[in-house]
Design a protein around this ligand. Structure first.
Ligand code: SAM
Length: 182
């Protein structure tokens, strides 16, 4: 995770186990790789998501990255706010990223980033401190999250190394170089 002095968590809402396993797994992996400190799967449990993340953590490390699931999304957001955190909801209907990112970055509050799957209930638009559009075209929760975290962390997250990694990659012009940590 990136140390900005605040906690940044990602909440995935609306996950449908029968059809969203792969995309939700990618949301969780993006949260981990792009510097968030935790991933929350709201309202449901899904072992295939937690197992995929566990396997990545075992090999490539996770540091203190946390996985939470099965909690009520609305209760989680309300608790987050009551503890002084602020809430961003990524939606193409929101304010353009360019117009709000500096205000969001200047806050010293912990940040919860909500991404949807199926139709997002109105209440999340109301609960959010910022409804943020990553452009006003429909695309993907993975793309939206990656761009939001990259702007938040100003690219530093792309140099992340996890202290508990068993393996790391040595960049190479061609081929794959994977090194086992001694
Ligand atoms: N049809 C759903 C609705 O109207 O609420 C949204 C489905 S979309 C595939 C899933 C999620 O991707 C959204 O809930 C949002 O978090 C994210 N997303 C997609 N396009 C976005 C955009 N342009 N800006 C911000 N987030 C976006």
């Amino acid at each position: 995770m990136i140390d900005r002095g605040i906690k940044v968590c990602v909440l995935r809402i609306g996950h449908r186990p029968e059809r969203d396993k792969r995309v939700t797994t990618h949301v969780a992996l993006t949260a981990r790789a792009f510097g968030a400190s935790c991933f929350v799967l709201g309202d449901v449990e899904d072992r295939s998501v937690s197992e995929s993340l566990r396997k990545v953590c075992e090999r490539w490390g996770c540091g203190g990255f946390e996985y939470v699931s099965g909690v009520s999304s609305v209760e989680f957001v309300n608790k987050w706010k009551s503890l002084g955190g602020s809430v961003v909801h990524l939606t193409m209907y929101g304010l353009h990223l360019d117009d709000v990112i500096n205000t969001i970055k200047s806050s010293s509050k912990d940040l919860l980033v909500i991404v949807g799957a199926s139709k997002v209930p109105r209440i999340f638009y109301e609960l959010a401190d910022f409804n943020v559009a990553i452009g006003h075209q429909p695309h993907s929760e993975v793309a939206a999250l990656a761009i939001f975290l990259d702007r938040l962390f100003e690219g530093r997250e792309l140099h992340l190394i996890f202290s508990d990694a068993k393996y790391y990659i040595e960049p190479s012009v061609k081929g794959k170089k994977v090194v086992r940590v001694e």
